[in-house]
Design a protein. Structure first.
Length: 128
């Protein structure tokens, strides 16, 4: 089943998905010192849960699938994406996602800017 969720994908040593998720995690956490990582949505089919990065609300989540690492921005549709990072969920009215496949390298500067924009939007919404 291509594209199906692989709960253990991020746990296998040497797995490209684990390495990609680690790179994305480092970029997201470095974007703003107030970002915290939590694990949400643990269930039998995914006992490790979903890494979720938040600051005044969810900024984005990171999930591993057999063929990709998906970085989903909770309110991505409201964000500018001048570097064209969003390549999945483009038809959605709220979320947007970045699918990284084997061999893809995240654009650190562009991803940092996108995360900072999401944090700023969350802070503005929280301020009223």
């Amino acid at each position: 089943m291509t594209g199906a969720r692989d709960a253990k994908a991020g746990d296998r040593a040497g797995d490209w998905r684990k390495e990609t998720l680690a790179r994305v995690r480092a970029i997201v956490l470095a974007a703003d010192p107030a970002i915290v990582e939590e694990v949400k949505w643990r269930k039998p089919s995914n006992p490790a849960g979903v890494p979720t990065w938040a600051c005044e609300g969810i900024v984005c989540t990171g999930e591993t699938y057999r063929d990709k690492v998906k970085l989903t921005f909770a309110r991505g549709a409201a964000l500018a994406d001048p570097h064209g990072l969003f390549n999945a969920g483009l038809e959605g009215k709220v979320r947007r996602a970045i699918d990284l496949r084997e061999g893809d390298e995240p654009d650190e500067a562009a991803l940092t800017a996108l995360v900072r924009e999401a944090v700023a939007a969350n802070r503005a919404r929280a301020a009223g």
